[in-house]
Design a protein around this ligand. Structure first.
Ligand SMILES: C[S@@+](CC[C@H](N)C(=O)[O-])C[C@H]1O[C@@H](n2cnc3c(N)ncnc32)[C@H](O)[C@@H]1O
Length: 475
């Protein structure tokens, strides 16, 4: 098999990162842009020892699981990879992904996995969108139109405000309408673009580290409709920001706060070294269950608010909480899980390694008049092995809720958790592969066994899945 060769193949099933598997004379090919059940003509992009990678050139016969993508940017934008897949099929594929991880990585057999809980809103579900300023990505069609000359022709073509294309940190798809955020957010996006173009503002370059505009972040609360616009720039330019704020506010009086985050950092994270507030309080208020949260520009918060509530309800139900329970909420973030369960238990102790998140968690507890939650700052690996004085201030936990980042738990953390022997563990994860790896360790001759597995879809039209697993200690 060689690069650029074309083959007609049948797509069998989804593999990792939303790609489908096909075979050419038995040789595995991972195909981007198809749906299992399709017959497609593919072009080979890469050939490796064990497999090849390809993308779809033409759909010869459509899978019954195909859907029509509503977004004009679908296919180029890195935001949604699965708009072309029927939503129920997405949920089924995600469940299968969880089963495969548990069987192949975790070594579990015959595990019952519940049907995936779908999101009530499958479009416009995000409460935050982060757009980047950058050099425009010129599509193949556009290149063909201009006889494959990649040089941008006009000033406007060097300017884009939108999303990164997959695997390119320097190229941006210029987005006019994103189907993951509200209508008004799209209008704000377009107005900010026009404002910047009219003033010929420069774009921060990740190569030369010069230029002004870096990111536009829009946050809209799902429950209160409060709306934040956050422009991330490399310099502090008050006059310009005052002008932008009055233009924005005049056009969209529903904007409740406008902030400017300023950073000289070379990394691409849309967080300021410092922040200036140009309108309103500098935060939005959001609700999950009966708790309210203040979210400032740089706070972490679940992006699908309504589904976050369902996720926390699932975790709460699976933890089978009662008023005498002492719960450890490991990787507690801004305390949302701890506060969600606080009324059902005696005490919750959260542990988290980001100082700002711990501060937010404490403020959130105070603002919601919750008095039985404590938040400890520190890396869990250290907090459970050497720096452990805090453990003496709390009763032994009989329940643990664990919600680590994509990388999963450190081996030492797994060991300490198992040694504490909580009666019940609920493991929430956004990465079934690392979760399955950790569950294998947790259950390895320790007396723990899986009770229930519940995938919850937080991100429709992406291949990502959140999975909740409950475990109990055998008597
Ligand atoms: C998936 S988030 C969960 C946050 C929270 N449970 C929620 O639902 O919003 C994982 C959290 O773990 C924190 N974290 C990552 N590594 C950690 C470590 N080694 N020790 C403690 N916390 C860590 C991150 O800062 C992040 O807040």
């Amino acid at each position: 098999m060689k690069k650029f060769e074309e083959h007609v193949v049948a797509l069998e099933s989804f593999a990792f990162e939303g790609k489908s598997i096909a075979r050419v004379d038995g040789f595995v090919v991972f195909v981007d842009g198809g749906v299992p059940g399709d017959e497609v003509r593919v072009r080979i992009n890469k050939v490796k020892k064990q497999h090849a990678e390809a993308s779809v050139v033409e759909v010869v016969k459509s899978s019954p699981l195909r859907a029509v993508p509503p977004c004009a940017h679908f296919g180029t934008c890195g935001g949604c990879k699965w708009q072309h897949v029927d939503y129920q099929a997405q949920l089924d594929f995600k469940r299968q992904h969880v089963i495969d991880a548990l069987e192949r990585i975790g070594g579990f057999t015959g595990v019952q996995v519940n049907p995936t809980i779908g999101s009530e809103d499958v479009y416009f579900y995000r409460n935050k969108m982060e757009f980047s300023f950058g050099t425009k990505w010129i599509t193949r069609e556009e290149l063909n139109e201009r006889n494959l000359n990649p040089e941008p022709r006009t000033e406007r073509e060097t300017f884009a405000l939108g999303m990164h294309i997959p695997q390119r940190f320097d190229k941006i798809v210029d987005i006019n309408e994103c189907h993951l955020q509200s209508h008004v957010s799209n209008q704000i996006l377009n107005l900010v673009r026009q404002f910047c173009l009219d003033r010929q503002l420069s774009i921060y370059s990740t190569f030369t580290h010069t230029g002004y505009l870096r990111n536009l972040v829009i946050r809209q609360s799902a429950h209160t409709n409060e709306l934040m616009v956050n422009l991330v720039t490399s310099e502090d330019t008050p006059e310009l920001l005052v002008a932008l704020s009055s233009t924005l506010f005049a056009a969209f009086p529903s904007i409740t706060t406008i902030v400017n985050n300023i950073t000289q950092r070379k990394s691409q994270v849309a967080i300021g070294d410092y922040e200036k507030v140009y309108h309103g309080p500098g935060f939005v208020t959001e609700k999950i269950g009966k708790r309210t949260y203040r979210i400032s520009a740089n706070s972490f918060f679940q992006t699908n608010t309504k589904q976050a509530e369902r996720l926390y309800d699932v975790a709460t139900r699976m933890a089978q909480l009662s008023p005498d329970d002492v719960v450890f909420d490991l990787y507690s973030g801004t305390g949302t899980i701890a506060l969600h369960i606080a009324d059902s238990v005696k005490e919750v102790v959260g542990v988290e390694n980001v100082e700002a998140a711990v501060e937010d968690a404490k403020k959130n507890a105070e603002a919601n008049c919750v008095t039985n939650c404590t938040f400890i700052l520190g890396d869990l690996k250290d907090r459970l092995t050497k720096d452990t004085a805090w453990l003496g201030n709390h009763p032994k936990p009989n329940v643990m809720i664990i919600d680590p980042p994509r990388a999963g738990m450190h081996e030492k953390v797994v060991r300490e958790v198992v040694e504490m022997r909580p009666e019940r563990i609920v493991y929430v994860s956004c990465n079934p592969a690392t979760q399955a790896r950790d569950l294998k360790l947790i259950c390895n001759e320790t007396g723990y066994e899986l009770v229930e597995v519940q995938p919850v879809d937080m991100f429709p039209h992406t291949y990502h899945i959140e999975n909740v697993v409950s475990l109990k200690l055998r008597p």
